[in-house]
Design a protein around this ligand. Structure first.
Ligand code: DGJ
Length: 544
């Protein structure tokens, strides 16, 4: 009997510890859930430790992170710019100088330093491609052109880029990338300093519209793979119009080789498919080790240029459907925006459910303005390139002001990202924008601001309820127009200037008279015309 009781007691203790273990591991799992993308409305948010995370970021110049001593003075500068995330290259040549022998010293030091400065990291995997060339694979890859085949010209000359048909390089790149991801998991899997990974950099082939190596020529004659055709058929109603036009102009064919189905654009579609498939294999191998969100960035096509003038096969906007079909392990296709039509590019990269992620963009005062549009559009990341360039980037820079203000608005941005309650805008002095927000139609008049380019105004509006708004930015007035037929006029009930103090927004001056403004004969406008970034709130009412 006594033995039976001891036995029962033993079982109870074991059950209790099992229960405790389950509770604990569920708790831990919850707390150690790795950063992931979560579907919201028309797009996805990046979730870090249970909350949406918006990267107010900067990308390091290509060679900076290769030397930790060089980086010494940079970390504190980044903090003084109010960044929360730094994009830093990790190169194949650095981590695998000899085949199969990995060295992650540099990776670990970057992570440790970022933690010290309370920054997150996005690693940029400079593997097979960097700016459509192959200068970052280790020497044992670049020297061995028999094993690691190059793309070739029509004359059969080897180019400075590896061929996307080189299965040996694809395997070696995927293996190196998988080792990197395994290492990041071991080193950072519970802390989440590293949030996202860029797989390769500005892939595609330059100077010609397609690879002419023997393997490429052979593949070009073959039928277009069913996997691509099935994707296009399934998504036919939501295809990017520029891509739809390519397919339509060749009669929406579903059987045939590349030229038969895609006509004059065959080379680019062919390259996009095979470059996407190559990067898919790299991303898949990396995600099998540690599935952080991953993206591929694009050297943009600059409007009318021919494929090859920009890297042919890279993830430019019109190739989004091909890349989505070819590379399902790539979560986002990301534009590097150096063009003046910033807003247009953001718009073209938020189609077919693609979340907006801007890993590179021009620096300078323009970035301080453009970020308002990007964040209003739902951007997960905004990151001026070469943010550490000491010769170009002064110690006080306009982007720091924008980042400071936006970092204080983060709770609102997290809540309203990718909803119809948030808009961002840019405008030239004298222009007007009309749009709907909350219960009202808005007329936004751009009055110019004080950044270097003083004709551009920038702002964000958030509808915190149907008739209450937060306005941020500089250089505009906003008039709220009622949509109600029975109450055709609208005025400001109250407006306040908001000041950020001790971690919260405090109402300061109550604004009326000259501090608001006459929008039209029936309306009163909210003025955001100060020569610095400001934040205000206004409650609107309509009347008969
Ligand atoms: C785009 C590339 O992705 C970056 O690494 C860098 O080379 C810039 N161009 C230079 O402007």
């Amino acid at each position: 009997m006594k033995t039976l009781n001891i036995f029962r007691k033993q079982i109870l203790i074991t059950l209790a510890s099992l229960l405790l273990f389950c509770i604990n591991s569920a708790y831990c799992q919850n707390n150690t859930k790795i950063p992931y993308l979560q579907k919201t409305g028309i797009s996805k948010q990046l979730i870090l430790d249970g909350k949406p995370f918006i990267m107010l970021a900067g990308e390091l110049h290509n060679s900076s992170s290769s030397n930790l001593a060089y980086m010494d003075s940079i970390w504190s500068r980044m903090v003084s710019f109010h960044l929360n995330t730094l994009l830093a290259p990790v190169t194949w040549e650095m981590i695998e100088p000899e085949e199969g022998k990995f060295d992650f010293t540099n990776v670990d030091s970057l992570i440790i330093k970022a933690r010290e400065y309370n920054l997150h990291l996005v690693f940029l995997w400079f593997g097979t491609w960097k700016n459509a060339c192959s200068t970052y694979p280790p020497l044992w890859v670049r020297q061995n052109t028999k094993r690691f085949k190059r793309a070739q010209s029509v004359k059969g000359e080897n180019l400075n880029a590896i061929s996307c048909f080189s299965t040996e390089t694809n395997k070696a790149d995927a293996k190196a990338f998988a080792s990197l991801m395994r290492h990041i998991k071991e080193f950072d899997g519970n802390i989440h300093t590293v949030l996202t990974i860029q797989v390769e950099n500005e892939s595609g082939l330059r100077y010609m519209s397609r690879d002419h190596s023997p393997l490429a020529d052979e593949a070009f004659k073959n039928p277009v793979p069913n996997q691509l055709i099935d994707f296009l058929k399934k998504n036919r109603n939501t295809l990017i119009p520029e891509f739809d036009a390519i397919w339509r102009s060749n009669g929406y064919k579903t059987i045939g080789n590349w030229t038969e189905i895609f006509g004059n654009d065959a080379d680019e579609v062919f390259m996009a498919w095979y470059t996407g498939q190559y990067i898919e294999k790299v991303a898949e191998a990396g995600k099998a080790e540690y599935p952080l969100p991953m993206y591929a960035n694009a050297w943009l096509d600059g409007g009318k240029a021919k494929a090859g003038d920009y890297p042919s096969g890279g993830p430019v906007a019109k190739m989004i459907p091909v890349w989505q079909a070819a590379a399902p392990h790539i979560d986002m296709l990301a534009p590097d925006i150096y063009r003046p039509d910033f807003a247009f590019v953001c718009d073209t990269f938020t189609r077919m459910g693609n979340p907006l992620f801007i890993p590179e963009t021009s620096f300078g005062s323009i970035a301080a303005e453009n970020i308002f549009y990007a964040i209003g559009k739902g951007a997960i990341c905004f990151s001026p390139f070469a943010i550490d360039n000491i010769n170009r980037v002064p110690l006080t820079t306009p982007i720091a002001d924008s980042y400071l203000l936006l970092s204080h608005l983060i709770p609102y941005l997290q809540k309203y990202q990718y909803t119809d309650k948030l808009i961002g805008f840019l405008g030239k002095k004298g222009e007007t924008l009309t749009c709907d927000l909350g219960n009202y139609s808005l007329s936004i008049n751009f009055t110019g601001n004080s950044f270097n380019i003083d004709t551009i105004s920038c702002g964000l509006l958030i509808a915190t309820s149907d008739d209450e708004f937060i306005a941020a930015g500089s250089g505009y007035t906003v008039t709220f127009l009622t949509k109600s037929v029975s109450k055709p006029h609208a005025e400001i009930d109250y407006a306040y200037e908001l000041i950020y103090k001790n971690g919260q927004w405090i109402r300061e001056r109550r604004l009326n008279g000259d501090e608001t403004g006459v929008g039209s004969i029936h309306n009163i406008a909210l003025r955001m015309e100060e020569k610095k970034l400001t934040v205000k709130t206004a409650k609107i009412f309509s009347y008969e």
